[in-house]
Design a protein around this ligand. Structure first.
Ligand SMILES: C[S@@+](CC[C@H](N)C(=O)[O-])C[C@H]1O[C@@H](n2cnc3c(N)ncnc32)[C@H](O)[C@@H]1O
Ligand SMILES: [Zn+2]
Length: 320
């Protein structure tokens, strides 16, 4: 491996014991001998240990890596949208975007919800093809996106290259972050931790705290069980907690308690009556769904209480 490649990855650490990594051939190795390959230049740092994959069918494995390497499509030209985006739209963007699985006229990239950055190092957890990672880069941050799916990360790298966005990507798990302590200014995550069991969210929150710099902060989107739409969804499944990759719903008090482990925590509204549509995507949505976004934005402007919002943002500042 070239010195340049090692330099680029100097933020990485062993996800098992957090110790420093040294290059050896096409791999990174820690002092304990744990080894992580670079596959076509992508660090693959998911760990096979007692934590079961959160999303087994979509998890990096030797088979997934082989399949993706054999079938990687060519990069698309000009303004065209990489076909992976339409293929994944239901998974990344949610039900209101379903009709777009037939194809897209532009990339559905949201406005980044944080203040303009000035080169701050930002981690995007569960980035998939990187809509938020790209949004963060365009807003002035220096982002690293992680996702346990090799397929998603290969697509993310391909799309970032097409769009000439400066972003780095690693195959990794939110619960086993492959970074040294106190690495990031900001940790961001949207639509990811909501699919984890409550125990797995606890593990991720503790690891987010660990990789945040002192005074750094995290910004995580989660569903509120007191939101009107979520009450209906919960009733439809007879108030089951949920399993596998189903959405788990959290009370604001529970969110404050768990994320409070990072440090002082505040909730704000992401949306009412919906878990994901973005104002920036209005032109891509059918008229009836546009109305939902307009109502949600109006309620936000009217300062409707966050405790009743369906989707909330949780901002936690790491204690000194
Ligand atoms: C609903 S998608 C959201 C993707 C992206 N954040 C967005 O908003 O477009 C959920 C993502 O979480 C990823 N994911 C699943 N388990 C994960 C884990 N343990 N750690 C990090 N990401 C995970 C999935 O691979 C998938 O890309
Ligand atoms: Zn190690």
């Amino acid at each position: 491996m070239t010195q340049a490649a090692v330099e680029v990855w100097r933020e990485l650490a062993c996800p098992r014991d957090r110790s420093a990594l040294e290059p050896r051939g096409e791999a990174l190795v820690c002092a304990e001998g744990h080894e992580y390959p670079f596959v076509d230049g992508i660090p693959v740092m998911v760990v096979d240990d007692e934590l079961a994959p959160t999303q087994p069918g979509y998890w990096s494995s030797p088979e997934q890596v082989e399949r993706v390497r054999e079938a990687e499509p060519p990069p698309v030209e000009g303004e065209a949208v990489d076909p992976y985006v339409a293929e994944l739209i239901l998974g990344t963007h949610g039900n209101l975007y379903k009709h777009l699985s037939a194809g897209l006229s532009r990339y559905p990239i949201p406005d980044f919800p944080l203040p303009r950055g000035d080169g701050e190092l930002l981690l995007d957890i569960g980035c998939n093809w990187g809509r938020w990672t790209i949004a963060a880069a365009r807003r002035g941050y220096r982002p690293i996106g992680i996702d346990p799916s090799f397929e998603a990360i290969v697509a993310a790298r391909r799309i970032a290259r097409q769009l000439k966005v400066d972003a780095r990507y690693v195959v990794a798990d939110a619960r086993r972050l492959p970074f040294a302590d106190e690495t990031f200014d900001v940790v961001f995550s949207y639509g990811v931790l909501q699919h984890f069991s409550k125990a797995d969210v606890g593990i991720s929150v503790d690891d987010v705290r660990r990789v945040l710099k002192r005074d750094g902060y995290s910004w995580v989107q989660m569903p509120n069980s007191l939101g009107a739409l979520n009450v209906v969804r919960l009733a439809q499944r007879r108030f089951r907690e949920g399993d596998a990759f189903e959405v788990r719903y959290w009370k604001p008090s529970e969110l404050r308690r768990v994320f409070g482990r990072i440090g002082p925590t505040e909730l704000s509204t992401d949306g009412f009556f919906t878990l994901n549509p973005q104002k920036r995507d209005l032109d891509l949505l059918p008229r009836r769904f546009r109305a939902v976004v307009h109502v949600s934005e109006a309620l936000k402007r009217a300062h409707a209480p966050t405790t009743l919002a369906d989707s909330v943002n949780i901002r936690s500042t790491r204690h000194r």
